[in-house]
Design a protein around this ligand. Structure first.
Ligand SMILES: [Zn+2]
Length: 284
């Protein structure tokens, strides 16, 4: 492990959007954050490379992982063009029951290039998006499969599972048996959908709202998942000599709508495992 990364920070985004709301970074702050990462020499890892690092493979220092939860339309409109400019790859955790059909909508690079009649789609804020999804209008808030294909072709995004429905079965099921059966069905539906649409589903899973318990972990393992993305902050260190099929919980740092200097200070802390632990202890 000489000269390799000691910790790989995993950043968590949701929206990159001009519509203000919860868990939303503005396009200028996102562009500045990505420009900082590029100028500071950071490189992005995909899910497979992160799994390799966690299992003891060497990755270069200043490696990190960008993640986006839920699969919002604004990821195509505002995040994809910026990632493309820097040659970065991000992981999108898709709720596989939400994307719709239809041709790709215009994104910020189409509009910047003056493409014929290209105007940006209206973007819903987080709350408006939740309502749209509840009312069966997910297409107004969520990526289309055609946009997902374009992002994959460009290499800006990989897509992994965030369940098929995003339902918190621990909260809505009437019994433990029902919770377990519903989650199992949800995870298998996600796997089947990603198999059909993307030609394969990985063993990486992001827990909806960061929630998991022993039942969740057991059912997810049975459904073929091994890498579990949480909302716990902290460093991610490699653990060689762990059984090859051991499960891994991955810490993530929520990125705020703040300038690049804020992100730089967070990365400085969480790239150093001992410092990261001390920082989180003090914060608690
Ligand atoms: Zn989510």
């Amino acid at each position: 492990m000489t000269n390799g990364a000691r910790s790989v920070p995993v950043l968590m985004y949701h929206h990159v959007s001009t519509s203000p709301g919860m868990i939303t970074v503005t396009p200028p702050n996102f562009a500045a954050q990505m420009a900082y990462l590029a100028s500071a020499g950071y490189r992005t890892l995909g899910a497979r490379q992160l799994a390799g690092f966690l299992a003891g493979e060497r990755v270069p220092p200043k490696s990190l992982v960008l993640t986006f939860d839920d699969g919002y339309l604004d990821n195509w409109v505002h995040a994809h063009p910026v990632l493309q400019r820097h040659g970065f790859t991000a992981i999108c955790f898709l709720v596989s029951g939400w994307p719709g059909e239809g041709t790709p909508r215009a994104n910020a690079s189409d509009v910047a290039a003056g493409l014929d009649g290209a105007t940006l789609p209206r973007l819903l804020n987080h709350r408006e998006g939740e309502i749209a999804i509840d009312e069966g209008r997910a297409d107004e808030a969520i990526l289309r499969w055609s946009e997902i294909d374009a992002m994959r072709r460009a290499g800006t995004f990989e897509f992994h599972s965030h369940t098929h429905s995003h339902v918190r079965w621990d909260q809505v099921a009437g019994s433990r048996a029902e919770k377990r059966a519903s989650l199992r069905h949800d995870l298998l539906a996600a796997r089947v959908t990603l198999d059909e649409r993307l030609g394969g589903a990985s063993d990486h899973l992001c827990w909806p709202q960061g929630y998991y318990d022993d039942d969740y972990r057991e059912i997810a393992r049975e459904a073929g998942f091994r890498h579990f993305y949480t909302c716990h902050p902290g460093a991610n260190v490699s653990a060689a000599n762990v059984q090859p099929d051991a499960e891994r919980s991955i810490n993530r740092l929520e990125v705020r709508d703040r300038p690049a200097s804020w992100l730089a200070s967070r990365l400085w802390v969480h790239s150093r495992p001992a410092l990261s632990r001390a920082y989180l202890r003090i914060k608690r």
